[in-house]
Structures are given as structure tokens and as C-alpha cells.
Design a protein around this ligand. Structure first.
Ligand SMILES: [Zn+2]
Length: 556
């Protein structure tokens, strides 16, 4: 019912816009009563990244989330209130069982959970646009983004906003996507897509809405990241910058994503660094706008209870509700055990019945052992984006060997997880390399290689652009590369060298030089995860020490 009504309201607005008629008294007049207090609850999640299923410890998962959502909705309804469920985007990419099925279980699961709208995240562009359009078809809620345009036609590619009417209160939800998508999305698929400044688009759209729809409440569902006090480093401006850029209180709330954090504040512009699941969480407030984010993977459902009275929206309470998260406790015998932080939330049976065949189908293909190792292969983003690691180097080595190259360059943002010591399955491989990038190589002169290295080897740490290397050593100092040694010899500017780089970076991704049009460029057609799988198979048992960095890349 809610969906139907909202769509009717939207088409009325579109008609009004098309006919150039700005005022539609019947459509825009407030329907709420003066001096009456209305209860509105905004529920939110973000960065699902393929986690439709619970993890091996029974944490999170859509089936338990459904039970929790139903409980909250019943509670709110019993008090005469209404709810809206929003997602901050990045439904795609991260778990092979989901990735292999184009996140079908995730999107159809979101229908069952009753999502009302989502922001488009950068990872929605990891696949060709046709896949995203197919996913839009599966979803019975809109994919929102006001700042994504077709380069050629100059027209928006997605629905910019959706109007929801609840209890006579008109709520506009606008969608915004990080401009960084242009840099971190797969360039093969987004060449014709223009990611414009979301701040400017939001300002423009809000001004339009104030004239046409006259919403009582405006919420932005964004995928831009929350950065403490707006300190975004190399990232594009996020939610804090957005709220500060707009007029005070233009936005009532930002439901965010992308930085994958529980946004819980200690004080103004200061994170609560000690936040643990189950603790009280104070969301951020910037320039009169509440900013919330529910970490990642459906670990929490964010719940913001508001009171609406005489056109004013006031937050009454906020909670990040853990979804079956566990903590480790020490037992009397000294061993450790994982226990639920709060009472276990039962899994919704209907959702389980729906998701199980997808999970089984995915697992069949993935749980076969392909190799084993004698230690951990390090791919944690807090390590691999900061220094050379055995896994970053091993992946680079696998590309180098497949392309018979002299050296290999691997972006650390393409290394998505670690591999634990012991048995390795195809699932482990796909978790590390979920993007389906193609191994490419390029033959270049030593002089060209130097220019290339001066760009890629000087990318900042703590970014996905930070490069892992294999088969090469060098010194990096003051934004310049020197002492480059290849095949045991100093780099010769006149010699020709071959190196590999993922297709994503060859096309200019991560701000790497675009080399896909270089005369020496070859797209091998080999998918990265398959190359890695075969390399692990051939080198099993894998000696992790063989790939450990030994000072090849020296940063001064
Ligand atoms: Zn993201």
C-alpha cells in the first residue's frame, strides 16, 4: 500500500514538473494536524556486500534481521507510529555465493524484509550496467541517486528521490552516490556514466522539492562515507561535508554508508572509539542534520525514533541494534568461546526457506579444497593498504607468472580479505578476489616504466590505490622512485619490460595511468580469481614465507 501510494505521489510530481506547473495545492498541502505528535521511526542498514546469509558463527544474516525488523515495526505500530526502512547501498560484492548469483538472494531478500528505498553504492557498478538494471527489476523498491548522469544525454540514469506519505506526513528520500565511484568503480562499465558532485546536486534537488513536492521531512540515503569532522583524507567529500554544505537543517537526516563504520559519537566531531556492539550510540549531528550509519554486512539495524509535531522533526532516541553479534569469552579452563552479546534473534523461517537454495547452490561450487598453506596470507585492509604483504605479493606473482612478465603491480584495494593457514577453498580465493578483473600486461620501455612507477608506487597508504609489487625492487622517496632493479639488474631506460596490472587499473581505475590504449597493452582474458586459484593449486602446499616482503620496496 505504502509503495503504491508513494509511486502515485511521485508521478503526480513528475507530471507537475513536465507541465511546468509548480504549485499543486491538492498534492502539497499538509495533511497532518496541528499540535498533534506523530511517531516516525527510520530503520537503516548499509554495505550489505553479499551477506544475505549468516556467517559461520551464526552472526547477522537477513533471516534474523527480518525477525528484528518485524519486532520493531510491531512495537512502533502498537504506539501508533510508522516506519521507513532505508539502505545506504553497496548491496553487491564481497561474498562468492552472492556474487556468483548477481546478488539475487540479497535483492529479493530485501523485498521480503520490506526495504522502502536504497542509495546506489559504488559497488553497484562492479558489474555491467545490464546486471544493475536486472537487479532493479528484482527489487520492488527504488534504487536512488540524484547525481548519476548519462555523459552523452546529460540525463539522470536513476530515480533521484522517492516520496513517502505516512500519517499525512510527506517524507522525501533523496539518493546520493560518492563521486569516487568514477575512480573506484570498474572503468570498463562506467565510461559513459557521469558521477557529479552530490553536494551540489542535493542542494539543487532540495530547492526543487521545496517548490514542487513541499515535503515535511527530507532524508538523504547516501553512499558517500562518514568521516570524523569531515577529515576525509584522499576520499571524496562525505556526509559531514554534505550536511555542512547545505543550509542549516535542509536535510533532517542522512542515512549513510561506504565508510563501513558504526557512526557513534563521543562528542562534537569526535568518534566514540570504544564503541562495542550493544553500547549506547549517539549519532552525529552536523549543521542541524542527523547522520547515521550501521557499520556493515547487516551487523546492526539502526533505529531512529522521531517525533513530528507542527512541522518539526525531533529525534527522541537512537539505537544500533546488534543482529546476533557475538563476543569471545574466556571459560574456566582457559579456552575461549563465542557467545551472543544479546539474546539470540530467531531466524525468520520464510526468509530461511527462500534463501537456503541460493546458499546451497553457491556452496556446492565453492567448498572444494584446492590447496593448503603453512601460514596466514595477509589481506586485511588495515594492513594491505599500508605495506607490502605476502598475499598482495602472491597475487602479483600469480599474474606475473601467467603473463610471463618481468614484474607485477597489484592494487591493494583489489585484495579483499586474508586467507587463514591450512586448507584453502575456491571460496577463499573468491572472497579475496571478488571483482572478476582480468589480468593484463603491457610491454614498455624502461623510461616509460619509470614514469608509470612514479605514479603508481607513490599512491598514498590507506587507499585502495596503494600498490603491491612482485619481481621488482625500488626506493620511494619524496614522491619519486629510484634504484629500480628488475631481474637482478638496474632498470635500463632503453630496454623493453613486461608488467601486469589488473584490468581495472589498466583502464585508469584508482587514478593509475590509463594504459589500455598503449600499443604494448594486452588484455589476457584471464580472470584474476581463476589465475590465483590455479597458482595456489600448482604451488600447494604454499610456503607463505616465500612471498613475505623482504624490503624490496623501501619507503624513505
Ligand atoms: Zn562503498
Amino acid at each position: 500500500m505504502k509503495q503504491l501510494f508513494a509511486k502515485t505521489a511521485l508521478s503526480a510530481a513528475l507530471l507537475a514538473a513536465l507541465s511546468g506547473c509548480a504549485s499543486q495545492a491538492d498534492v502539497t498541502a499538509p495533511q497532518w494536524e496541528a499540535d498533534k505528535a506523530y511517531k516516525i521511526t527510520i530503520l537503516h542498514t548499509n554495505d550489505n556486500h553479499g551477506r544475505f546469509w549468516h556467517n559461520k558463527y551464526g552472526e547477522y544474516g537477513m533471516a534474523a534481521r527480518k525477525t528484528l525488523l518485524d519486532q520493531i515495526r510491531a512495537e512502533v505500530e502498537a504506539e501508533g507510529g510508522t516506519t521507513l526502512l532505508l539502505s545506504g547501498g553497496d548491496i553487491n560484492t564481497g561474498v562468492p555465493e552472492s556474487d556468483l548469483q548477481d546478488a539475487e538472494p540479497d535483492f529479493k531478500g530485501m523485498n521480503m524484509l520490506g526495504y522502502d528505498a536504497m542509495a546506489l553504492g559504488n559497488h553497484e557498478f562492479d558489474n555491467p550496467l545490464e546486471v544493475l538494471r536486472k537487479q532493479e527489476g528484482w527489487a520492488d523498491f527504488p534504487f536512488l541517486s540524484a547525481n548519476i548522469y548519462d555523459k552523452e544525454t546529460g540525463k539522470r540514469l536513476f530515480q533521484p528521490y522517492q516520496i513517502f506519505e505516512q500519517q499525512g506526513i510527506k517524507i522525501a528520500v533523496i539518493g546520493l552516490t560518492t563521486e569516487d565511484t568514477a575512480k573506484i568503480g570498474n572503468p570498463e562499465y562506467i565510461g559513459d556514466v557521469d558521477f557529479r558532485d552530490p553536494k551540489a546536486e542535493a542542494k539543487k534537488l532540495i530547492a526543487e522539492l521545496e517548490k514542487t513536492e513541499k515535503p515535511d521531512v527530507i532524508i538523504a540515503a547516501t553512499h558517500m562515507g562518514h568521516y570524523e569532522n569531515g577529515n576525509r583524507g584522499v576520499n571524496a567529500p562525505g556526509d559531514v561535508a554534505l550536511a555542512r554544505y547545505l543550509n542549516e537543517g535542509d536535510l533532517d537526516m542522512i542515512v549513510g554508508g561506504h565508510s563501513q563504520e558504526p557512526v557513534c559519537m563521543e562528542g562534537p566531531n569526535m568518534y566514540n572509539k570504544n564503541f562495542k556492539p550493544g553500547d549506547e550510540c549517539k549519532p552525529d549531528n552536523q549543521n542541524g542534520t542527523w547522520i547515521v550509519q550501521a557499520h556493515e554486512w547487516g551487523k546492526y539495524v539502526g533505529r531512529a525514533d522521531f517525533e513530528f509535531k507542527n512541522g518539526e522533526l525531533r529525534m527522541v532516541s537512537y539505537d544500533l541494534v546488534p543482529v546476533n553479534l557475538k563476543k569471545k569469552v574466556k571459560l574456566a579452563d582457559g579456552s575461549k568461546k563465542r557467545v551472543f552479546i544479546q539474546n539470540e534473534i530467531p531466524k525468520n523461517e520464510e526468509v530461511m526457506t527462500f534463501l537456503t537454495p541460493y546458499q546451497e547452490k553457491g556452496q556446492e561450487q565453492l567448498n572444494v579444497k584446492i590447496a593448503e598453506s603453512n601460514g596466514k596470507l595477509e589481506g586485511d585492509r588495515n594492513v594491505v593498504r599500508f605495506k607490502q604483504t605476502n598475499l598482495g605479493r602472491l597475487i602479483a606473482a600469480s599474474h606475473m607468472q601467467r603473463a610471463k612478465a618481468d614484474f607485477a603491480v597489484m592494487n591493494s584495494g583489489g585484495v579483499r580479505d586474508s586467507i587463514a593457514a591450512g586448507d584453502i577453498t575456491y571460496k577463499d580465493v573468491l572472497t579475496v578476489q571478488p571483482f572478476g578483473n582480468i589480468v593484463t600486461y603491457t610491454d614498455m620501455t624502461g623510461a616509460e616504466v619509470m614514469d608509470y612507477l612514479n605514479v603508481v608506487a607513490t599512491k598514498p597508504i590507506d587507499s585502495g590505490a596503494y600498490a603491491q609489487f612482485y619481481g621488482i625492487s625500488m626506493t620511494v622517496a619524496n614522491g619519486k622512485v629510484s634504484n629500480v632493479v628488475l631481474n637482478g639488474k638496474k632498470l635500463d631506460p632503453k630496454e623493453t619490460y613486461r608488467f601486469t596490472v589488473p584490468s581495472f587499473n589498466a583502464a585508469g581505475g584508482d587514478g593509475y595511468p590509463k594504459i589500455s590504449e598503449h600499443p604494448g597493452y594486452v588484455n589476457t582474458g584471464f580472470v584474476d580469481a581463476e589465475v590465483l586459484k590455479e597458482f595456489l593449486e600448482k604451488n600447494s602446499p604454499v610456503d607463505v614465507n616465500k612471498f613475505a616482503p623482504k624490503g624490496e620496496i623501501t619507503y624513505l
